[in-house]
Design a protein around this ligand. Structure first.
Ligand code: PLP
Length: 378
């Protein structure tokens, strides 16, 4: 084992994230049941139970489970026959833009709003061309996009809206699920997310016809035994993961409550530190505290973001430069006209200044205090 790996695995180090996992005994019990049923994939009992439980928990009418959070993005674009150009954000995980690329769609990057890191609605219209067919925003860090302004623009120009809601599990605005916005929303249940099925994801839709069509698309396009209605994909969640998710759903509220305590402690501990900024809870929003990003102003803080990142690592604290580099700077995308840094000043600055501090449900008060002490350099 190399030295870095050894440090990362050691118990004294503070991990940036930790997966939400059911108690082993509880999972074993469900595994035993699955073994007895001998039905391990293809819309089994646990699959159906988890879709229903998620619809209830998230307060949305329809959920379709997927094997990860990238395939529902790709499938949503297929289902809505999106072509040409799609307006999207560079400040996200690469999967957002890759989903467009895999559909032969040209991504058009638009800058973000410094108030929440999400697509800036005031800059969308200038990027619309006759080829634009949709907008694909991201509720980044679970911060809700300005869904009303985005929908108004979409309606004015006849565009579809697909939200990458990978970070927005359980987020509500004024008591309403953020997942109700737009034509469709997608979730990721990857191990690093607030709610996890190991690997997994879902699509949220608003009507039964769409739900049926999506269920066909994720199963090769099959409609019954002998008919195929579309060139579908295989993205079915298996019974083992569905069972894992069902158990995790019972403890996700407690996990979010723990994360909230961590966020509050960070805010209290870091509020006097010059050169650091972070967001407070937005009014009327139920956050899920999936991430705790801070932004480092090197001149005022006396250290660059990268210097702080490596300084933390030396102390056994693993932060994440998330989202750096910007998607628009990766080689498949950097030659696009809209990828020029001059077009994306806010996102470019955020990517240079951001560091996500350790954030998960198992951080102890001592861990959090250690992070604060190192970041404050006290
Ligand atoms: C995690 C993530 C995805 C992809 O999800 P997977 O389940 O890893 O495929 C997509 N978009 C964003 C913003 C993400 O953070």
């Amino acid at each position: 084992m190399n030295e870095l790996l050894q440090k990362m695995m050691s118990r004294e180090s503070i991990k940036v994230t930790s997966p939400l996992m059911p108690r082993l005994e509880d999972f074993t019990e469900l595994l035993r049941d699955i073994w007895q049923r001998r039905w391990i994939t293809n819309n089994g009992e646990y699959h159906r139970l988890l879709e229903q439980a998620l619809a209830d928990y998230l307060k949305v009418p329809y959920v379709s489970l997927f094997t990860n959070g990238t395939l529902p993005l790709i499938t949503a674009l297929q289902a809505l026959h999106i072509t040409g150009e799609v307006i999207t954000t560079p400040y996200s995980f690469v999967a957002t833009t890759h989903a467009l690329w895999w559909n032969g769609i040209k991504p058009v990057f638009v800058d973000v709003d410094p108030a929440n890191g999400c697509l800036d609605p005031t800059k969308i219209e200038a990027a619309i061309t006759p080829k634009t067919t949709a907008i694909m925003p991201v509720h980044v860090y679970g911060n809700p996009c300005d869904t009303k302004a985005i929908q108004e623009i979409a309606d004015r120009h006849g565009l579809r809206v697909i939200y990458d809601a990978a970070h927005a599990f359980g987020v509500t605005v004024g008591g309403e699920s953020i997942l109700k916005a737009g034509d469709m929303s997608t979730l990721s249940f990857h191990a690093t997310k607030v709610f996890s099925t190991v690997e997994g994801g879902a699509m949220i839709m608003h009507d039964e016809t769409t739900k049926r069509h999506i269920d066909q698309l994720k199963n090769f396009g099959f409609a019954g035994e002998t008919e195929v209605v579309a060139p579908g994909i295989n993205s079915k969640m298996d019974e083992l993961r569905a069972a894992f998710g069902l158990l995790n759903l019972q403890q996700v509220d407690a996990a979010i409550a723990s994360r909230r305590c961590v966020a509050e402690a960070y805010r209290e501990g870091l509020k006097e530190t010059k050169g650091l900024t972070f967001w407070n809870d937005l009014s009327g929003v139920r956050h899920n505290y999936g991430y705790f990003p801070i932004f480092v102003n090197a001149a005022k803080y006396g250290m660059t973001r990268d210097e702080l990142y490596f300084h933390l690592r030396e102390q056994g604290i693993y932060g994440r430069r998330y989202f750096y580099p910007l998607i628009s700077t990766f080689s498949p995308y950097r030659d696009l006209e809209s990828a020029r840094p001059e077009n994306l000043p806010v996102a470019t600055r955020m990517a240079d200044e951001v560091i996500c501090l350790p954030m998960h449900h198992e951080l102890s008060e001592g861990d959090v205090q250690k992070v604060i002490d190192v970041v404050c350099r006290t």
